[in-house]
Design a protein around this ligand. Structure first.
Ligand code: ADP
Ligand code: ZN
Ligand code: ZN
Length: 670
């Protein structure tokens, strides 16, 4: 029953920081709590704000205090306001932007207060084989569940890594752990990397728990998402399944948070605030006294180092993991190794299925002129354009720029234009030619085929997966999308083409990514029968490839941790990346140099709560019409690194000397 509400306006400008005080009229006093959403007059405008505090007295003179116009029917749970505060500080963002993450879907659009009732959206056809509840857990599953149930019953914050080989039945363990949580009168959040690519886990939760589950797909309309949000907020639904944003779901009394495929890069959000849903989940679980359960067949080195591990070492059906053969592509012409062609032919002859991974979409990587050597680049970014033959376009995979396919060179008018490198479009086409569509259909799963297949991306992916599932035989060709957690029992062959593609990436996580991609794809083969995996590479001795071929994730992770320790990379240090960008090169360069000086000065004068090194500035390639300069801060104390970055940027922004430059701060960049 407080008289003054402290309100944070929901705006994306960094310059405007609340909270601002509003006087609550009598009728509102009983209902307004921390987390309430108020429509307030703000200057000449009417905006939405979130109540972040309540008090009896304001510093603002009484006659200058305004009253809110009204309160929205449902606000944000108070605990999520606290979580937003933590996010704003942890990722060098603002409270308003962080609150934007925890608001109900479409909140800012509901200012008008119009409300419609919506039908619950269908969650799509279930795909895949399922386990009937009375089924018996394997001994390993049973042991894992007992450990988890103990932790859930203790009602204190605990974390655990479920390191289970592919098809070891991790999903079943999540389901039972969720049931334990409900039995304790608490709720659960289950995060998956991409809903569209993992319809099986969603349908298994719905099948087991019915309306107790709310699903937050990106393909739902805002009204549908709000309806799901509301069911959670009001307690009708107690389990939320969704992508990284599900970590903000208004589940009451959270007792369990599951992060499936915890190694997936999609848990990191790429817009401000650049949060990592795994870290936010940890903080939420800590605040709620909940169990945080991270599952993967290929966990991150940092998770293995930090967390107590529960293992599922065997596939549920007792079958061994499929043998992996490494095919040396050095000196091999063409995209496919002869052994790959033969293996595909055998699968076709035997009436089976194959999955082929080529992590490059489009027809050709780039075009060049045979006469003068000119190549076709993006006008906005410093990258080459990719040929998409079916849509007759050259496209930039960074900014979305498109232009018609040229018939002659812009520089010398020669019509001899060479196409280099094959992507998924080309490979699927070539295989379909060789293997006769009707008898051995070739399906393609990548960002383009998904869009071409249906109006909305998610439906496209689910539809392609369903077609492959329902076909009696055939091949699924695609980008890393094909390596996700699909559970198709009849895949005999998994083939990785150009396993080196991810290794070539200049990033300290490239080996980890390559290992995970190969191991995950291998995991799709031989579920429910004989399986075989082929890996084409020009670096057959690379550590990631050798260990993946041996299904040796322990060996890989041990070596990876050793390497990172020696080089001082995460998890043995923390990194913050700051990117300064502007349309022309000089302002970004000046800002980056000024920021480096500012940071050095502050660190030299610092209170010594940890060594922080400033690396750079280094030039990044031009992206979306902006020249970019990068600085990296590195240190052992995360708090010290984050604080140095936040304060340094704030000082520069505050001084307004670099107005045309935008700064983006990325804590633990991926
Ligand atoms: P993972 O997530 O570890 O890759 P899944 O949870 O997809 O494995 O399980 C693989 C398959 O095994 C699924 O079809 C699942 O229904 C089935 N399964 C899981 N647990 C059992 C069990 N205890 N007995 C029989 N089948 C099981
Ligand atoms: Zn030319
Ligand atoms: Zn571009």
């Amino acid at each position: 029953m407080s008289a003054i509400a402290q309100v944070e306006p929901i705006t994306s400008t960094r310059a405007l920081r609340g909270p601002f005080d509003y006087r609550l009229p009598e009728p509102l006093r009983d209902d307004v709590t921390v987390g309430s959403m108020l429509v307030v007059p703000f200057g000449a405008r009417t905006i939405l704000g979130v109540v972040t505090g309540l008090t009896e007295h304001s510093e603002v003179a009484d006659d200058r205090l305004l009253a809110p116009l009204r309160a929205l029917e449902l606000g944000v749970p108070e605990e999520l306001v606290g979580l937003a505060r933590w996010i704003a500080a942890e990722y060098c963002s603002t409270l308003a932007r962080a609150l934007g993450l925890v608001l109900p879907p479409g909140a800012t659009r509901r200012l008008g207060g119009r409300r419609r009732s919506v039908r619950r959206a269908s969650t799509g056809e279930p795909v895949g084989a399922r386990l009937s509840p009375d089924a018996r857990l394997s001994t390993e599953q049973q042991a894992a569940l007992e450990a988890l149930a103990g932790a859930i019953a203790r009602r204190t914050f605990e974390q655990r890594l479920l390191h289970g080989v592919t098809a070891s039945g991790k999903t079943e363990v999540y389901l039972r752990a969720a049931a334990e949580t409900l039995a304790q009168g608490r709720g659960a959040i289950v995060m998956v990397p991409e809903i569209a690519l993992t319809p099986q886990i969603v349908s298994r939760f719905i099948e087991r728990f019915g309306d107790t589950v709310a699903v937050l797909h990106s393909r739902l309309t805002t009204a549908q998402r709000y309806a799901e949000w509301r069911r959670l907020r009001e307690g009708g639904a107690r389990i939320c399944v969704g992508p990284r944003s599900a970590v903000f779901a208004p589940v009451g009394q959270v007792g369990l948070i599951v992060i499936d495929e915890e190694h997936e890069a999609s848990y990191k959000h790429e817009g401000d605030p650049r949060y990592d849903a795994r870290e936010v989940a940890e903080e939420r679980a800590r605040r709620a006294g909940a169990l945080l359960l991270l599952g993967s067949a290929t966990p991150r080195p940092e998770s293995l180092l930090r967390l107590p591990v529960t293992r599922l070492g065997r596939r549920v059906d007792g079958r061994p993991l499929p043998p992996v053969e490494v095919l040396d592509m050095r000196g091999q012409p063409g995209t496919l190794h002869p052994a790959s062609v033969q293996a595909l032919a055998e699968v076709r002859a035997g009436g089976g299925k194959a999955i082929v991974l080529l992590n490059r979409r489009g027809w050709s990587n780039f075009l060049s002129c045979r006469s003068c050597g000119a190549s076709w680049g993006c006008p906005e970014c410093d990258v080459t354009l990719v040929l998409h033959r079916a849509s007759r376009l050259l496209a930039c995979h960074h900014c979305g720029h498109r232009e018609p396919v040229p018939d002659r060179c812009r520089q010398c008018s020669s019509s001899a234009v060479a196409r280099h490198g094959a992507g998924t479009e080309r490979l699927a086409h070539d295989l379909a030619e060789v293997f006769d569509e009707g008898d051995f259909p070739v399906f393609r799963l990548d960002a383009d085929s998904v869009l071409a297949g249906a109006g909305q991306a998610d439906e496209g992916a689910a539809a392609i997966l369903r077609s492959f599932q329902e076909a009696p035989r055939g091949a699924l060709i695609g980008t890393q999308m094909v390596a996700k957690g699909h559970d198709f029992p009849d895949v005999q062959l998994a083939l990785v083409i150009d396993a080196d593609a991810t290794l070539r990436f200049p990033d300290f996580r490239s080996e980890e990514r390559t290992f995970a991609l190969i191991a995950q794809l291998a995991g799709r083969a031989g579920r429910g029968g004989h399986g075989r995996v082929l890996v084409q590479t020009v670096t057959p001795d690379a550590r990631a490839i050798v260990h993946a071929a041996a299904h040796d994730s322990d060996g890989f992770l041990a070596g990876e941790l050793e390497r990172r320790r020696a080089l001082g990379y995460p998890p043995f240090s923390h990194l913050v990346r700051i990117v300064c960008s502007s349309p022309e090169a000089p302002p970004a360069g000046e800002a980056a140099r000024a920021l480096a000086l500012e940071l050095e000065r502050r660190l030299a004068a610092g209170d010594g709560d940890g060594e922080v090194a400033v690396l750079g500035p280094a030039t990044l390639f031009r992206l979306r019409g902006r020249e970019r300069q990068m600085l990296v801060l590195k240190g052992c104390s995360r708090v010290a690194v984050v604080r140095a970055a936040g304060e340094g940027v704030q000082a520069l922004v505050g001084a307004r000397a670099h107005t045309g430059v935008s700064f983006s701060v990325d804590v633990d960049p991926q």
